[in-house]
Design a protein around this ligand. Sequence first.
Ligand SMILES: *Cc1c(COP(=O)(O)O)cnc(C)c1O
Length: 404
Amino acid sequence: MKYINKKLTIENIGFQKIANKFETPCYCYSYSKLEENINNFKKNFKSFSPLICFAVKSNTNVNLIREIKKFGLGADVVSIGELMMALKAGINPNKIVFSGVGKTSSEISFAIKKKILLINAESISEIKEINRIAKLKRKKVQVGIRLNPNTDAKTLSQISTGKKENKFGVNRKTFYEIIKYCKNSKNINLKCLSVHIGSQILNHRPYEKMLNVVNEIINKTNHEFEFIDLGGGMGIPYSEKNKKLNYKKYNKAILKFLKKRKVKIIFEPGRSIIGDTATLLTKVIYIKDSERKKFIILDAAMNDLMRPALYGAEHRTLPVNKSNKISKKTYEFVGPICESTDKFITLKKFQKLKEKDLVAICDVGAYGMSLSSNYNLRPKAVELLIKGSKINVIRKRQKHKNLI
Ligand SMILES: *Cc1c(COP(=O)(O)O)cnc(C)c1O
């Protein structure tokens, strides 16, 4: 994205033109950014060529998953719906891992039927359920166990998953018990240890700590794991203030971990692949003056982009047509939904806006559309993939008749 003659563009196409043709609110994805992210991710870890399983929950658009698949990525899914979507996008079952604390019997059954690479179990009860179903089907099922390494990811508490008070994974004691249980089972093939300590991680140190814990635990068991699944969580800089994750140091820590053992590393990145590829294009409906600030009432709302209301996340917000006039009052960017949490960001010294102006909310590719809803009976926005000079509709705007 860049300004050309004071007009904001994506792959050199003006957002104004996009809004004229497709209306707002509208999700715009950049293909070249997606390509760049995937290539960079691969490059960062090329010395041990991991299996990269895209975390489908960050973006469930089938056309995007198809594009991601073309680079050889697999999928990390957390529900039967996501598993179906990954298969529909053409991802090879042999590159699909299934995570989640509450997989139901029918989800487990379906995953076994599809012969996916790994079911990553998160409790002793789940392991027993997998065993029961596998036995019924007379199958041997490849599983992983998700370890809770009790490592602080130093991220927002709402998206931290690797501490002992979080519901995810099992503690060491249970981990050892499950290994023993699997050794005695004819229907379970324990192939993987998995961890995922949280999301939007910008510091490599939590990863180093996590690797130390994993290393220690593997040393205590004499089980040969074929895979170590390190999860995802690599953060992206949402604001200029954010530091970037130091991939070199993370890579170095993994190489050190791999020195003593022959295992295949799996990653499950979502945000770092798709997060900064998209922009939510929206239009100012009204501007309402209050004593201290002005409310910029947009046609996008928390149903389109939930992260600010859900986690207090802040997304860079830019004017589509740049000018030099600065507003004296603080702007609060809000949506039309009947909730006080339906607000995106509060900014001082934004350029002066008027009604019908276009605004771009940046870095919404991950946990944007996938967290959207129909709250207030608002139809979901259209999704566009911009590739060179082409604009492809990759998901149509919902119509009211789809909802009513
Ligand atoms: C959400 C999730 C991911 C992806 O996290 P990102 O922060 O988007 O990279 C990976 N693995 C598991 C198990 C998850 O729940």
